[in-house]
Design a protein around this ligand. Structure first.
Ligand SMILES: [Zn+2]
Length: 251
């Protein structure tokens, strides 16, 4: 099976990148950081994952002061993580990790022209409703579209009269491991669960440990999205722009 990395195109300048992806994500809350006695020194005072926990945070939740609050020692942190999982009904596939963004996706759109696929951050896919429709029609798996609460930025607002387009964040629920890697091997600290992703450009998937999803991450790294050729075909057939499907080398 040939897999592909779904990523942004190669823009020749930062300006072109910004023009193609005129979006600023607004993260109001985050999972508290962890004060790990083992690796705080090594990481220079804590670390934060780039996971995104896309659940609604009700105004009346008792967790609200904890989110974006102070970093916590490991035992206390694990209690808070378990409370977040239960009280906010976080689906099993969403990892709750120190410093992860939490809450529904919110975005400011900086230009009136918003492409079908937008890349605010590596591995983060914000798409128009037409893309979600095409993926769902084709019964592709391994993603959950979560509606983005979008508003125009000041400059864009002066140029358009209509409401912002319907946008979704594609939360990736599929998972696989790279050949030779497992949770034990990538966990660098057992006290706080800090993980590494060695050889980031080497993405060979162990097909026996791929859950069969069309969209998936590898080795619990949210910054890289891999897809099947079905995804590449659907996106290409629909004529969507502003992405690349880069074939993964296999040995
Ligand atoms: Zn640690």
């Amino acid at each position: 099976m040939q897999f592909y990395e779904l990523r942004e195109p190669d823009y020749s300048t930062d300006q072109l990148h910004n023009r193609a992806n005129p979006i600023r994500m607004i993260e109001e809350y985050s999972v508290p950081g962890i004060l790990c006695p083992v690796c705080t020194e090594e990481t220079g005072g804590g670390w934060a994952s780039s996971d995104r926990v896309r659940v609604d945070i009700p105004d009346d939740t008792l967790l609200q002061p904890v989110l974006s609050g102070q970093s916590l020692p490991p035992a206390e942190w694990k209690k808070v993580r378990d409370r977040i999982r239960t009280e906010l009904n976080v689906p099993a596939y969403m990892r709750i990790t120190p410093g992860a963004a939490i809450g529904l996706p919110r975005a400011e759109l900086l230009q009136p022209d918003v492409q079908q696929i937008v890349h605010p951050f590596p591995g983060q896919l914000i798409v128009r409703d037409t893309v979600v429709y095409a993926l769902e029609q084709a019964r592709l798996t391994g993603f959950q579209p979560v509606p983005v609460i979008a508003e125009w930025g000041m400059k864009a607002q002066r140029l358009v009269a209509e409401d912002p387009p319907l946008l979704y964040e594609l939360c990736i629920s599929g998972h696989a491991w790279r050949v030779g890697f497992d949770e034990e091997r990538i966990t660098t600290c057992h006290m706080c669960g800090r993980k590494l992703f060695p050889d980031p450009h080497w993405l060979e998937v162990d097909q026996n440990r791929w859950d069969g999803s069309d969209f998936f991450t590898v080795d619990m790294n949210p910054n890289i999205v891999l897809v099947t050729d079905r995804v590449c075909h659907i996106l290409a057939d629909a004529g969507f722009g502003n992405y690349r499907c880069v074939p993964i080398a296999t040995s």
